[in-house]
Design a protein around this ligand. Sequence first.
Ligand code: BES
Ligand code: ZN
Ligand code: ZN
Length: 496
Amino acid sequence: MRISLTNYALPKSGAVVATVLKGGKLLPAAARLDKASKKALSRAIKGSRFSGDKGDWLEIIAPAGIDADRVLLAGVGGAADVSAVSLQNLGGNVVHKLATSGLKSATVVCDAIPGVKLEVTEMAAHIAYGANLGSYRFDKYRTTRKAKEKPSLSTVSIAVEGAGKARRAYAPLRAIADGVAFTRDLVSEPANVVFPESFAAECRKLANLGVKVEVLGEARMRRLGMGALLGVGQGSRRESQLVVMRWNGGRRSDKPVAFVGKGVTFDTGGISLKPGAGMEQMKWDMGGAGTVAGLMKAVAGRKAKANVIGIVGLVENMPDGNAQRPGDVVTSMSGQTIEVINTDAEGRLVLADALWYTQDRFKPQFMVDLATLTGAMIIALGHEHAGLFSNNDELAQRLSEAGQTVGEAVWRMPLGDAYDKLINCDVADMKNVGGRGAGSITAAQFLQRFVNDLPWAHLDIAGVAWADKGSPTVPRGGVGWGVRLLDRLVAEHYES
Ligand code: BES
Ligand code: ZN
Ligand code: ZN
């Protein structure tokens, strides 16, 4: 989709989108269209249930007196209803409503709204951002669709007073959307395409944006003593990888912030094999790593003034003659030993070494890890919140607020000694599962044993990494969850 910000004017063709306030009050563009069409719009409103509430839409095809082929009225509600996220949704909805309409172009005419704090140029930028996020498609493997099912819309313009300023406001948002799309691609690709080495190759491409990328193979990891991560990958024909991405946009003296992702490119469960039904979903068990890679693309793309480190542990969890067995004991890089009770609780084993390596090598200000870690997280929070676990109230608060602002909500879950005890073990320093209760919490406690005295947060994204149901800015499939949230966290608190 081509998305552009243009000077304020009504379009000569395609669809025109104009905004209406609660109570049916037409904003200037809508009022002009109404006048030009001899009140066709007012009549259409009267003959419908459209009242200008947020999320109301009314489509009027080919009204006389108007150049455009179609008018879409978008209800925005009252000033209090208008926010960055509501405008992004508006932009996403424009794309969805017109994608297969037969029209090639749409122009959203962006009017200022009295009482809204955002400048009109910022409003336009957020509409463009939403259209960008909402127009994402992962359809490269669909080759036999009928012409009528294919999208017709190829251009969305946002017309606004001060287009130059709006373009400058959109530039960083566009970089974030590029990061989100990168994550969505990685998450949606099947596991025969995205596996540890090909994922690492995708990360290497970020060098084009100035990201320093290092890839550690199995030999390097063995020398570092990463027995926990390597044990998970040992049943796979694919070589495990650890990718280190660094964006140095801050001052030399700024301590880096670090993000660590679980990248299980396919999780069969290993010898503790998962049931067959739904196993295909485990292609997205690299969602945490996907988010970290997309975040690096976002911060580099908008040249964030911060030092940001992204580390992803990439493995494939397979059953095999060489696979690790339940009962095996592995030694992690930290020196702590782990009895692997269940080979399907593999994400924590990968993160144990990735987290330890990150703090050991980079001594960051904080670490945030992301992982599709537990099915229990979906039982607890469904698909509406990611689970947040943290040893630091300030970091937890900042993550919660960033999530609120961008529309990626997190909900804090408890940690504590009583939970930690559940993974004590007679055979080794700990076991990798804690029993039936509190599955997401014992998984987080396990991770915490690999975090020394620094602020750390763990986001269990099992319920939010993939969407079966689309929304205006998130098509079905890989969500790209967390790129916006973490970018916001960095922008708000850690840029110089
Ligand atoms: N990747 C899964 C968790 C998962 C399940 C993510 C469903 C997304 C959707 C993880 O590796 C796993 O298998 N966890 C086990 C842990 C158990 C063996 C303690 C689980 O959740 O059942
Ligand atoms: Zn598993
Ligand atoms: Zn897993």
